[in-house]
Design a protein around this ligand. Structure first.
Ligand SMILES: [Zn+2]
Length: 63
């Protein structure tokens, strides 16, 4: 019944046991001033992220 167990794991993940993704850290973009929330692509670098997008990062670097 490996298949059944796999399904249970998937359900547990999608049910959001523990923190919801939306309740993870969020920050204010220093370039545009808008709040943005954690994204998968930042999981390794979140503490250093200051901009909501590459566009803002480029804009922020300039000045
Ligand atoms: Zn921004």
């Amino acid at each position: 019944m490996a298949r059944q167990r796999h399904t249970d794991i998937m359900n547990a993940a999608s049910m959001g046991h523990g923190k919801k993704p939306s309740e993870r850290d969020s920050k204010i973009c220093v370039a545009c001033g808008r709040p943005f929330s954690w994204r998968k692509k930042w999981e390794r670098d979140w503490e250093h992220v200051r901009y909501c997008s590459d566009r803002c990062r480029k804009a922020g670097k300039k000045d």
